[in-house]
Design a protein around this ligand. Structure first.
Ligand SMILES: [Zn+2]
Length: 314
């Protein structure tokens, strides 16, 4: 057992200013709901709080084409939003928020490598896991978890795991790391559902477990236990990065899975245990989806609890 290390909380004020329209589910109130819940329950007092730096262009270039970075950083939003796809609108504050969301992942990796934190949680938006090397899509501009993983590799790590339990498949992360054997991407997701991912069976660093609509706790836990944990223990990652989307919860308006609050403390505990065994407790988690404000805040709280208590939750 390794000594208990604190949990770091990383965000930036610009993440509350990026907005895609009043009716858009990926809204600033998501972060506010999480923060209100954690502050009200006192959990934030137990975390080390950090402000996310902006990612540098060099850090983004590890996972994105220069033309794609320039499309976002040089977009002219003075006459109205720039639409990267029908769901993904860039407004006047988006580029700044996207830079800090990606930079949060860099900061998180640095904190856990320096042993200042065990888990570093990035409460940021826009999310990132749909953003591909050369395109923004699905509410995502820069691929935050990929920027973080690439930063970990640039610091000399040889093996990293990315676990993505968002209800939507992280096509962007797969697009960026398919065939890069330093990275294994473990995904549970609903299928069929956006982005209608077809599993690439021939790419052996992508481990996908598709769950049918209405699948719940039993199927989710079996998928993680049978397809992810054992392989991850064999991989022996030096860091576990988590695309932490909470839209597989039963109350989520966009997803069709039926996960419970208990499933999020369970997955947090599973990750913590693998990390304790493989990579002395190094975990970086990045907020992805989660669109019921009520459920999102509670899911994040439950996910964090095992890391804050140090107790196993079975
Ligand atoms: Zn999602």
């Amino acid at each position: 057992m390794h000594p208990f290390r604190p949990v770091a909380w990383i965000t930036h004020p610009s993440c509350l200013r990026h907005a895609m329209g009043d009716d858009h589910p990926e809204c600033p109130q998501r972060l506010q709901a999480i923060e209100d819940r954690l502050r009200g329950g006192g959990l934030l007092d137990f975390m080390l709080q950090f402000t996310a730096p902006a990612a540098t262009v060099d850090q983004l270039l590890r996972v994105h084409d220069r033309a794609q970075i320039e499309r976002i950083l040089q977009a002219d939003t003075s006459l109205g939003p720039v639409w990267h796809d029908p769901d993904t609108a860039q407004g006047p504050h988006t580029a700044e928020a996207a830079l800090h969301a990606a930079g949060a992942g860099v900061k998180a990796v640095d904190l856990v490598l320096a042993e200042q934190a065990g888990l570093a949680f990035c409460s940021v938006r826009p999310p990132g896991h749909h953003a591909e090397r050369d395109r923004a899509m699905g509410f995502c501009f820069f691929n935050n978890i990929a920027v973080a993983a690439a930063h970990a590799l640039a610091q000399g790590l040889q093996r990293v795991a990315i676990l993505d339990f968002d209800v939507h498949y992280g096509n962007g992360t797969a697009n960026i790391f398919a065939g890069d054997l330093r990275v294994k991407l473990y995904s549970t997701y609903q299928h069929p559902l956006y982005p209608y991912w077809e599993s690439l069976a021939e790419v052996d660093n992508l481990i996908d477990v598709a769950l049918p609509p209405a699948a719940g706790s039993r199927d989710f836990r079996a998928a993680i236990s049978e397809h992810c944990i054992g392989t991850m223990l064999e991989q022996r990652p030096e860091m576990i990065l988590v695309s932490a989307g909470f839209d597989a919860h039963a109350e989520d308006p966009l997803g069709g899975l039926r996960l419970s609050y208990d499933d999020y403390s369970w997955i947090g505990a599973q990750i913590q245990q693998v990390a304790e065994s493989c990579c002395p407790g190094r975990v970086v988690a990045m907020l992805e989806g989660g669109y019921s404000l009520h459920a999102l805040a509670r899911c994040v709280e439950r996910f964090l609890q095992p890391f804050l208590s140090g107790d196993a939750i079975l």
